[in-house]
Design a protein around this ligand. Sequence first.
Ligand code: F6R
Length: 265
Amino acid sequence: MEVVLLPTPEDCGRVVADAVAGSVSAALNRGGPVVLGLATGSSPLLAYRELLRRHREEGLAFDGVEAFLLDEYVGLPAGHPESYRHVIRRELTDALGLDPALVHGPDGAAADPLHAARAYEAQLSAAGPVAVQVLGIGANGHLGFNEPGSSLASRTRVKTLTEQTRLDNARFFGGDVAAVPRHVITQGLGTILGAEHLVLVATGHAKAAAVAAGVEGPVTASCPGSVLQLHPHVTVVVDEAAGSRLVRADYYRNVLGHKLAAQGW
Ligand code: F6R
């Protein structure tokens, strides 16, 4: 696991964009289909803006890239402004020029969400592997919407959100926690581990405990983010606030400056 500790959220956005662009470009150069795994929420937004800038100003290519979301609320009608499929088109994929037919997410509006979850897992495994998966982490350590207690081997399924996560996400629903759905369809932790490269970004003090537990604590279902320790290729990018409880902070601050060019991402 490579942990990169940087001064500001803007620095994190640039480095996450470097890591994502590096993995996508390498996959495009190998030929064949490229699958990009996307998180929603606020953590990756600066990185997404930086990727868009590079696409517009520097010609960073995403031709033919297919995108898969981590998760989706159950019960929001298709086209709801906070449905994750809608959010990711608004924040990233439309402006990157990705064909909406190639931007996939679980069908949270399906009459049978359990079936929709299994269908999404099958669709992802037929298209995959995901070349690079962008991740955020919840204040309680959730990854995707795998809340604490989720099996480290879980596959895509319906989960119930904790009240903390519903409160945290009420900001996207005009502050109305009652409007935040109780259920979601999320890739499982085992599903997420199937990606070739995992890139997690976290900023702000509210994430400090979850980052410390995920990166330096024991591997445990009580902190789903700790499952990253089982994957061979992980980049964790945090700002000083999110990294403020990391014991090895001094080491992580030096990672980027001393990276060998050949190491890449
Ligand atoms: C979103 C997702 C979640 C978020 C997490 C952090 O697709 O899977 O795990 O990454 O809830 O959310 P933010 O970034 O809004 O703090």
